[in-house]
Design a protein around this ligand. Sequence first.
Ligand SMILES: C[S@@+](CC[C@H](N)C(=O)[O-])C[C@H]1O[C@@H](n2cnc3c(N)ncnc32)[C@H](O)[C@@H]1O
Length: 274
Amino acid sequence: MATLEDDEGNINPTTTILADEQDDAKTVCTVLDGTTDQLTQQHYVRSIDSTVVIRQLPSQGLSFQLWPAATTLVTLLDHHRGHLTNSPLSLTLPDPHRPLNILELGSGTGLVGIAAAATLGANVTVTDLTHVIPNLQFNVDANSDILTLNGGAVDVAPLRWGEANDVKLIGRHFDLILASDVVYHSHLYDPLLETLRFLLLDHEGEKGATVFVMAHLRRWKKDSVFFRKARKLFQVEVLHVDSPSQGCRVGVVVYRFAVKLQKSNAGSLANVSL
Ligand SMILES: C[S@@+](CC[C@H](N)C(=O)[O-])C[C@H]1O[C@@H](n2cnc3c(N)ncnc32)[C@H](O)[C@@H]1O
């Protein structure tokens, strides 16, 4: 099983955290508490006139920090709530007659899941590796008022990519799967795709979720290997492209993965080798 510890040596999260480069309108306040090495950020979400508060613990590793693609997804969700008709998410998130059930993978600090629940009035399950769960729960609890006010709810659960049993425990009753900045190490590509295959494809007569929406900041050429593998299983399209932040060559891209429609042999995608 892939562990986060394996990742820490190969990536420098400080170069990918754009606390000062992110949308200034969103990040209204950052407080660095030198004694606890804790960062508290307030993200104003205009469409619901609410502020999501997120605690980061930078010294504890990359799972405890906010990554740039998360902010892009929050901005899109905010825009969607405020401008339903011309939102890049409008075809993916039709106005439902019941609250959407959403699953977030690799939630890290939980900003995306919390903002999705609040802006869409959705039931969101945020997930990550076991050691990340306490900070995730802390952030969900810190935002309970705005979640209640906006008719959203967030559950926290461990979910390791590539572990079918973890998905079985959580269930497969989701309308939408979300993630931001989860493609960053090649040894995680296959476990992540296995989890997506399990969540999105039909199993034993049970329908999978319809779509996976993923915000991604391309850092390495090898990221294309993930997309090549993903296209074997899913129809992948681009929903939105951010302008590059200062100092970056590319901006965050938001992708939509949907199950490929097959003319015959509908079950065969479950067996495609990656
Ligand atoms: C780069 S961080 C992005 C965090 C958050 N989505 C964001 O955009 O701020 C990648 C996240 O994936 C999680 N992750 C890494 N390997 C994982 C695995 N095998 N199973 C589940 N989550 C994993 C990490 O713990 C981390 O929270």
